[in-house]
Ligand binder design. Structure first.
Ligand code: IMP
Ligand code: MG
Length: 417
């Protein structure tokens, strides 16, 4: 399951629903920059690090492709215990990288330095942690299990990081003993969760179990295929799943894309279908479009079929979940972006490969009639007002992909199949 837009598509709810039919749920990339909100049995869960499967007590794994903030991890283990979920359902890859305190400092300081050019990150240290992983000076989950190795690695990292912090970012350096003591202290809490995720998932698949891969962030935030540089530092797209877990790509059977019935985006960067005028604020209020992790206002736009078509392509999406259709009930007319008009006046239904074309792209709208009534009563797709059904059918036919699920309210049971 992958986010087909810029994140916050309501994946938490969909994955929670699917998790109830799954034997294992996997997070394969990202870290505590994710913010999945799930409403189940009257309780609201806001998860950042753990797979959403934990809410339904499903075995949940965090793969090598993830970065882990040990404090957030431990806090979420406690949350599970508090809510009566056995924390031993969580298995964490020893190859996942740890977010260290300097990653958070550098994330914040580098955004400040970028000023107007800032990416608008979640400031949780995600980018700097992945950068160190690629530079091969990262510290992994398995390193905390051995205090001697841990000390050595922190020492090597700090020799460089403290220079950067003091000379480039004018920030306070970190003390080796302090950081070592703190991270060694996590060992006891984390150790019982550490396991061989690649082997576990392989064995589950061999045993005929159902394994769900839960993407965090989304297609347009993909490091390689998103709207660089306004992206996250990992690969949320479907092919990131086998990489981040440690299985082969041939093991994936189906790819479910999750899209809102409109679009939101947090952070900076071009956004062709962004709504101009007061309807943007209206949509934001109606949809509760404020960040789960950061509380930031999300930018809101009408549905963008060009970007969605691209998501279908780069993920190999085989079906779609369309969420928050009920939020559109307030609008008499619903513009949908069906093509982009480029600078030379030509129109295209394919996402531009060049950043400047995307930057200057103007939406070409087709306006569909709204339904102007709440969807609270609908118990099946057939119960939806005709224009709501037409809206869904329009999207499916434009993308050439069936729409399998439609979200019509916040709670777990407000998803029509
Ligand atoms: P980072 O992932 O914190 O480095 O932030 C990079 C970009 O990804 C920023 O535009 C963030 O707002 C965006 N981003 C990261 N995680 C999420 C998410 O879970 N939902 C929506 N946007 C996200
Ligand atoms: Mg979110």
């Amino acid at each position: 399951m992958v986010g087909a837009q810029w994140g916050d598509e309501g994946k938490g709810k969909i994955v929670d629903l699917l998790a109830q039919k799954s034997d294992v749920v996997c997070r394969y990339q990202g870290g505590p920059n994710a913010g999945h909100t799930i409403v189940a049995d009257g309780e609201t869960w806001k998860l950042r690090q753990m797979p959403s499967g934990v809410v339904s007590g499903t075995r949940s794994v965090i793969g090598a492709g993830c970065v882990v903030d040990p404090q957030v991890f431990v806090d979420e283990l406690d949350l599970l215990a508090e809510r009566g979920v056995d924390p031993s359902i969580v298995v964490l890859s020893g190859n996942a990288h740890l977010i260290m305190p300097w990653h958070v400092t550098i994330d914040q300081a580098s955004e400040r330095r970028l000023g107007k050019l800032q990416i608008g990150t979640t400031r949780r240290g995600i980018g700097p942690a992945y950068a160190d992983k690629a530079s091969r000076i990262g510290i992994r989950v398995q390193d905390v299990l051995d205090p001697k190795i841990l000390r050595e690695k922190i020492e090597v990292a700090l020799a460089e990081k403290n220079l950067w912090l003091e000379r480039i970012y004018e920030a306070e350096p970190f003390d080796l003993e302090d950081v070592w003591a703190r991270y060694a202290g996590y060992a006891e809490r984390i150790a019982p969760s550490v396991g061989d995720v690649s082997l576990l998932v392989d064995q589950a698949l061999r045993a005929g179990e159902r394994v769900l891969f839960e993407g965090a962030q989304a297609t347009m935030l993909d490091l390689d295929h998103g709207t660089y540089p306004f992206v996250t530092s990992s690969n949320p797209i479907a092919s990131g799943a086998p990489t981040g877990i440690g299985i082969g790509p041939t093991r994936i059977d189906r790819v479910l894309g999750v899209s809102k019935a409109y679009v939101t985006r947090v952070g900076e960067g071009p956004f062709p279908s962004e709504i101009s005028g007061p309807q943007q604020a209206e949509l934001r209020e109606l949809g509760g479009e404020f960040g789960t992790v950061t509380g930031r206002e999300r930018r809101c736009g009408w549905l963008d079929l060009v970007a969605l078509r691209y998501a279908v392509r780069v993920n190999g999406i085989t079906s779609l979940a369309l969420t928050k259709l009920d939020v559109l009930s307030a609008f008499a007319e619903l513009p949908v972006c069906v093509r982009y008009r480029l600078r030379d006046g030509s129109e295209t239904e394919h996402f531009p490969a060049h950043q400047s074309d995307f930057h200057h792209a103007e939406p070409v709208w087709e306006t569909l009639p709204g339904w102007a009534q709440p969807l609270d009563e609908a118990a099946s797709l057939d119960d939806l007002p005709a224009s709501a059904r037409d809206y869904v059918a329009f999207v499916a036919s434009a993308l050439g992909v069936p729409i399998e699920l439609v979200g019509v309210g916040a709670s777990r049971d407000r998803v029509l199949v």
